[in-house]
Ligand binder design. Structure first.
Ligand SMILES: CC(C)=CCC/C(C)=C/COP(=O)(O)OP(=O)(O)O
Ligand SMILES: C=C(C)CCOP(=O)(O)OP(=O)(O)O
Length: 304
């Protein structure tokens, strides 16, 4: 990827690289029950924006200054997409959001049944942790970087991160009255995996500790903006483009930013968080920060 294409084209290229790498991440010959493999591939190959992999690739590019860091970053990009996909399968289950459509298709449990959907999620989660040491064994990243990435992923996707955020969301349903409670949920449920993505990309590109911290600040802010935008789109978005039902938050009595502060103030908040994110990237003195800055702006305008 040498040519400077517009951001939409860049994200498409990142998504295509990720799709190819994802196909290779599940062994062609794999001694696992065929139905489990089908259920994993069903959600993994259902599309999705592949935003988190793109953030890993673009953070590596920002720090390293070239897209030649992409090859080393792709196994980690796949790992985060495995984790994100498992989280969506479980989030859609009847015990959680009870959703019927995801990524433009019936949800995993609608096709494979609840038990298999839970297990397909479990298998995707576990396989993610297989991919990162493999990348080190193949020489793409050092063992030290792989260890730091595994440690970050376990924390940011686990109880102190995404899982904890999802639990706080579940326990707080209807009882949330303040922005700070809602912010806690969004920061963990959504931002933490985005923080993981940009800091992992940074580690692969050779970032300093100070740069990792600034990438984490970037990730927290775009992550929060991303979740608020998700809540806005749930109210005013297009089902066809989103590939999932709108108005589900209202139907599930969920407390969201638009519910607490209104639509216009929520949009203004997305803008503010985006500016804050961009200032962190500018402060970091990266070799080539352009893609990260463009992605931050692109996310404000997204309609799916
Ligand atoms: C451990 C688990 C299961 C984590 C799920 C994390 C997550 C971000 C779910 C989607 O949130 P959402 O319900 O706000 O989004 P959507 O509108 O896409 O369902
Ligand atoms: C965190 C949220 C809001 C869940 C959906 O994430 P995405 O909007 O990134 O979902 P896909 O494109 O990967 O399907």
């Amino acid at each position: 990827m040498n040519e400077r294409v517009a951001i939409k084209g860049y994200l498409t290229q990142c998504a295509e690289l990720t799709e190819t790498a994802l196909k290779r991440s599940i062994p062609a010959v794999w001694d696992v029950p065929e139905r489990l493999r089908e259920a994993m591939l069903y959600s993994l190959e259902a599309g999705g924006k592949r935003l988190r992999p793109a953030l890993i690739l673009s953070a590596a590019e920002a720090v390293f200054g070239k897209t030649s860091a992409f090859n080393a970053a792709l196994p980690v990009a796949c790992a985060v997409e495995f984790i994100h996909t498992y989280s969506l399968i479980h989030d859609d289950l009847p015990a959680m959001d009870n959703d019927d459509f995801r990524r433009g298709k019936p949800t995993n449990h609608k096709v494979f049944g609840e038990a298999m959907a839970i297990l397909a999620g479990d298998a995707l989660l576990t396989h993610a942790f297989h991919l990162i040491p493999q990348a080190a064994r193949q020489g793409g990243i050092s063992a030290e970087v792989a260890l730091a990435i595994v440690e970050d992923l376990a924390r940011l996707a686990g109880a102190p991160g995404m899982v904890g955020g999802q639990v706080a969301d579940m326990l707080g349903e209807q009882g949330i009255t303040s922005i700070s409670e809602l912010e806690y949920i969004h920061l963990h449920k959504t931002s933490d995996l985005i923080v993981f993505s940009v800091t992992a990309g940074g580690r692969i590109g050779g970032a300093t500790q100070k740069q990792i911290e600034l990438l984490a600040r970037f990730g927290r802010n775009i992550g929060l903006a991303f979740q608020i935008q998700d809540d806005i789109l749930d109210l005013i978005g297009d089902e066809q483009k989103l590939g999932k039902k709108t108005n589900s938050d209202v139907q599930q009595n969920k407390v969201t930013y638009p519910y607490l502060i209104g639509l216009e103030e929520s949009k203004a908040q997305v803008e503010r968080l985006t500016q804050e994110a961009k200032s962190a990237v500018l402060e970091a003195g990266f070799q080539d920060p352009l893609r990260l800055l463009e992605i931050a702006d692109y996310l404000v305008q997204r309609d799916h």
